[in-house]
Design a protein around this ligand. Structure first.
Ligand code: SF4
Ligand code: SF4
Length: 638
């Protein structure tokens, strides 16, 4: 079945681009479904409803009263939603629809319309057009390789939003599928080099559309204006009464359009929310709560105000996520005084600070490309009042989200929030299976940890939620090896299905050396024996103990998987791993930081020469000095 079947009458009356079904389907790969005066584009659970009823058309000689327009819009959206089973909804409309919940994310802009025929351009614009006519020749052309190349260069050299770049990548497909779309080109008078291009769309009976424009870096001034004039002249020839120049997007584009006279502005309100299908007896993950926790006014709204074009891109290209994990130090504050932690041994130089919302917001380009965000570095993450907003924002970006806590602050109220914000794993730290074994964690009695676990179990039960999964993060110290045999019993008592056993990797003081396993350490055999027995017992009871111990030879990839993971501290500084960047006020010789997201885009930091060199060296025979003896290079996980 044609993906635009039944949409022709709506396209014929279109006055915003998104009503031209061929366009939206070609760039987004979604299915178009007409509902009265709306078009819905659906893909899986996502639905974009374009609700611009005829009452709002700027070409109407006498617009109906505002009340009638709003009523028409609300009715149209409600009808479309009544038919749709999608749980993720975006409505594009001149107003926020009444049906949208109070916590819906809203992004606004405005379309600019020029009435046709065009009134005479002012002197300045006439000069630009005259100059352009000496530099270039305007023509209509079929799309080819040269045009694709220009579009690629244009996207690379402009800071286009990801969704916009994807749409540009699909212009060829759109031109092929829309018989009323026309590609105009500007070529240099002297050597016929392609200087710029623009696309006009003429499928509607009343409104023409200025769809896209792109130019080469060396394009002379005025050429873009000459192309727009060609798009307008074609519309006049076909008898259109207005042209929609598109959204304002940014100040530069707005200024370019303003040159053409006083355009009529039509509001663009993009409203997004999640619907939860509630059926009795079903268990529902709290995605709506995640939406609710990021208000519009927060810097974190960059995670919610996601352009619908971005959703189209994901629908088209899939949800590629090159980063396995972004580990984020939410705070470096901690109530604990664990004897093996630099928070205790280096308290004189410890920097106490929370991550600010602005810093987490700046991380969004990399978070969107990550499968998992782990909210914990050096410190107790639940102390940061923004913790739940960060978790919700990362969930909205489509990531799995986990944390590791000391457990002291997991009260009934906090446990409810941990369930509501959509975390998938909460790990509780331990060094033993009883109070004596856990005494290394001064200030954090085992009883407090078990109370926190019980509170989280209860919150999950009340919410009928299978998540977050509860894990134990068990630190195996050399002097405590025998005690680990009691771990399966503790897991059974706490009803915890998974424990991850690690060893001491960061040497916070020289005297701690005895509590750590070095590669080739003769005590590893005994530890391995106890761990194997504990893991077998847990397995027999349907639980899992995973553990890692250093082998005798280094591996090319360390256990922190720095080729696809990175660490960001509370100030936004990016490092390969948590061990490279403890929060000391003094510079530490073991510190490796490659930039801060407060000043540089995170992907630029990741791609910087120095960071790339570090990763390449780490995967070679000659890693950075800090990695040479790091136990994480020797670790073997079971
Ligand atoms: S709870 Fe974690 S951050 Fe706090 S002192 Fe203990 S090990 Fe260090
Ligand atoms: S080997 Fe290097 S990058 Fe990997 S955990 Fe150790 S210090 Fe970090």
């Amino acid at each position: 079945m044609s993906p635009v079947r039944g949409c022709a009458p709506l396209t014929a009356q279109a006055y915003v681009m998104e009503q031209v079904a061929e366009y939206a389907v070609a760039v987004g790969g979604m299915r178009a479904i007409p509902y009265d005066s709306c078009i819905a584009y659906e893909e899986g659970q996502h639905c974009v409803i374009v609700a611009y009823p005829p009452e709002y058309d700027p070409a109407l000689p006498t617009p109906p009263p505002a009340g009638a327009c709003i009523a028409a819009l609300n009715t149209a959206v409600e009808r479309a939603l009544a038919h749709s089973r999608c749980t993720s909804v975006t409505v594009l409309a001149p107003n926020r629809p009444a049906v949208a919940p109070l916590d819906a994310a809203v992004h606004t802009d405005a379309y600019a319309f020029l009435p046709l025929p065009l009134s005479a351009p002012d002197a300045k614009l006439r000069n630009m057009l005259r100059r352009a006519s000496r530099e270039c020749v305007i023509a209509r052309e079929p799309m080819g390789e040269e045009h694709e190349t220009l579009l690629q260069h244009f996207c690379r050299s402009h800071a286009l939003e990801e969704g916009t770049s994807s749409i540009y990548a699909n212009i060829g497909q759109y031109l092929a599928s829309s018989p009323a779309a026309v590609l105009f080109t500007a070529r240099a008078v002297d050597n016929a080099r392609l200087l710029a291009l623009a696309v006009g769309e003429y499928a509607s009976l009343t409104t023409a559309f200025y769809m896209f424009a792109a130019r080469a870096a060396s394009c002379p001034p005025g050429v873009a204006d000459a192309l727009l004039l060609a798009v307008i002249r074609e519309a006049e020839k076909l008898g259109h009464s207005q042209i929609n120049l598109g959204l304002g997007i940014n100040e530069g584009i707005r200024r370019f359009k303003q040159k053409w006279g006083h355009a009529h502005l039509l509001p663009y309100v993009e409203t997004s929310w999640k619907r939860i299908p509630r059926r009795s007896g079903t268990t529902v993950r709290p995605d709506a709560a995640a939406f609710a926790a990021v208000p519009d006014s927060s810097p974190l709204s960059v995670y919610t105000a996601r352009p619908w074009t971005d959703r189209l891109r994901r629908a088209l290209f899939g949800d590629e996520r090159p980063f396995d994990c972004v580990q984020v130090e939410v705070t470096s504050l901690c109530p604990g005084q664990c004897s093996y932690c630099p928070h205790t041994t280096r308290r004189d130089v410890w920097k106490n600070r929370h991550m600010a919302e602005e810093t987490f917001a700046a991380l969004h380009p990399i978070v969107r490309r990550a499968r998992r965000v782990h909210l914990q570095g050096w410190g107790e993450p639940l102390l940061n009042p923004c913790f739940f907003s960060f978790a919700s924002a990362a969930r909205l970006a489509g990531c799995a989200v986990s944390t590791t806590t000391c457990g002291l602050h997991v009260t009934a109220n906090t446990a409810r929030k941990l369930v509501d914000c959509g975390l998938d794993i909460v790990a509780f730290s331990l060094t033993g299976v009883d109070e004596a074994g856990n005494a290394f964690r001064k200030g954090i009695p085992l009883s407090a940890v078990t109370a926190g676990i019980a509170a989280l179990q209860e919150a999950r039960r009340q919410a009928k939620s299978p998540v977050p999964h509860i894990h134990l993060a068990y630190l195996l110290l050399v002097s405590q090896v025998e005690a680990v045999i009691g771990l399966p019993a503790l897991m059974a008592r706490l009803n915890v299905s998974t424990a991850i056993v690690s060893t001491l990797d960061y040497m916070a003081a020289p005297e701690l050396q005895d509590e750590a396993f070095a590669p080739g350490d003769r005590r590893i055999g005994a530890a391995l024996d106890v761990l194997r027995r504990a893991a077998a017992q847990a397995e027999a009871e349907g639980r899992h103990i995973h553990y890692g111990l250093p082998g005798t030879t280094p591996r090319r990839e360390c256990a922190e998987h720095i080729q696809s993971c990175l660490y960001v501290d509370a100030e936004g500084e990016c490092s390969p791993c948590v061990y490279c960047n403890p929060p000391f006020v003094q510079q530490d010789e073991g510190r490796r930081v490659f930039g801060t997201v407060r000043h540089t885009a995170p992907l630029k930091i990741w791609d910087s020469l120095e960071f790339c060199r570090f990763r390449t060296a780490q995967a070679s025979e000659r890693p950075d000095e800090i990695c040479l003896a790091c136990p994480k290079r020797f670790e073997r996980l079971v």
